[in-house]
Each structure stands twice: as structure tokens, then as C-alpha cells.
Design a binder for this molecule. Structure first.
Ligand code: PRP
Length: 181
């Protein structure tokens, strides 16, 4: 399942090798920037799980990982986000990199950054594998960016359609029928 293109998909947009190459580059940059620092990689469940797993192993140096979960309020409430799972570890004085699979409207990162700031980390950066700037509502800083993409519905490498296809090793576009159904 994770190597073949499912029928709902149109084409592979980013193959496994391209993703892993970029993840290795991002990991090397983060390792250099935070050498000898108390580095924490924090992601937002569930989409960021796969990127975090690979990115953390691409950083040559000690670090800790942690997870948050958020969920949007009901539609019509202005896209506000609320937290459904808090961090496990204290991040005061630590160097935190928020790891996201995709920054779309920016509302999730915007909310999570404000939440993390309240815990007084020594520094706070954002690492996003995918950036879809055309969808942005809230302007957010992205310090480490994997790929800038146009506004297409995508699945794979953490991105889902109805909870499925996150386990694909590549990122694929969807057939129009699948997006509309
Ligand atoms: C995705 C993704 C980001 C968020 C980005 O999560 O993992 O957290 O959307 O979108 P935004 O920039 O418009 O806020 P989603 O809410 O789909 O949940 P998931 O991670 O469980 O798939």
C-alpha cells in the first residue's frame, strides 16, 4: 500500500527519494543551528508524525520530541483552533522547533506558536515540509521549508483523505472525483 499509487490518486508530486533528500538537508541545517542546545522537536498530531519521525533521525545530535493535538472549532467560527492534547514535557528555556507537514491557512501554526510562546522557550522556530502560500490567512514565520507548492489537495507522508493514505511514502495529487466526493 505504501509504495503503490492508490486509485484515488492522480500522480506522484513528490517521490520518496525527493522527500528524503530534502528531509536530510533540513535535518543537517537544524543540527548545525542547534548544536549543543537543548533541542526539542514538537509536532501537531496526526499529520506531522511521519515528517517528525524522519526529520528527528536526520538531525545528528541529541534532541527530544513531543506532541500536541489541536482541532478546529466548528465551521463558521472563524477557523479558530483549540488544543485537545497538551505537551508532555516542560519547554521553558529549551530551543523548540515546531515541525509541521503542511502550512496551509497558517491558522494552526499561528495558534500553536502563541501557545508555545506562553511556555517561555529559549527560542521558537517553525519547520514545515510543505508550504502552500496561496492559501494563507494568518502570516506565520517559516524558518525551515521543504517545498513550496500550489494549492492542490494532496495525500501521503502524513497528509490524509478522510484519515487514510497518511502512510504513503510519497506525496500525491488526488483525482478530481476523489476531491469532490
Ligand atoms: C493539517 C496539518 C496542519 C494543518 C495545516 O492538519 O497537519 O496541522 O492542517 O493547516 P492550516 O495551515 O490551514 O491550519 P489537520 O487539521 O488536517 O489534521 P491532521 O494533522 O490530523 O491531518
Amino acid at each position: 500500500m505504501s509504495v503503490e499509487l492508490p486509485p484515488v490518486c492522480d500522480a506522484v508530486l513528490l517521490g520518496e527519494a525527493s522527500i528524503q533528500l530534502r528531509v536530510a538537508e533540513l535535518g543537517a541545517q537544524i543540527a548545525e543551528d542547534f548544536a549543543d542546545k537543548d533541542l526539542r522537536l514538537i509536532t501537531v498530531l496526526k499529520g506531522g508524525l511521519f515528517f517528525l519521525a524522519d526529520l528527528s533521525r536526520a538531525v545528528d545530535g541529541p534532541l527530544a520530541i513531543d506532541f500536541l493535538a489541536v482541532s478546529p472549532y466548528a465551521p463558521g467560527q472563524g477557523g479558530v483552533v483549540r488544543m485537545t492534547k497538551d505537551l508532555s514535557d516542560d519547554i521553558e528555556g529549551a530551543h523548540v522547533v515546531l515541525v509541521e507537514d503542511v502550512v496551509d491557512t497558517g491558522l494552526t501554526v499561528n495558534y500553536v506558536l502563541s501557545l508555545l510562546k506562553g511556555h517561555s522557550p529559549a527560542s521558537l522556530s517553525v519547520c514545515a515540509l510543505l508550504d502552500k502560500p496561496s492559501r494563507r490567512i494568518a502570516e506565520v514565520p517559516i524558518h525551515y521549508r521543504g517545498f513550496t507548492l500550489p494549492d492542490r489537495f494532496l495525500v501521503g507522508y502524513g497528509l490524509d483523505l478522510g484519515g487514510r493514505y497518511r502512510n504513503l511514502r510519497f506525496i500525491a495529487t488526488l483525482r478530481d472525483e476523489a476531491v469532490l466526493s
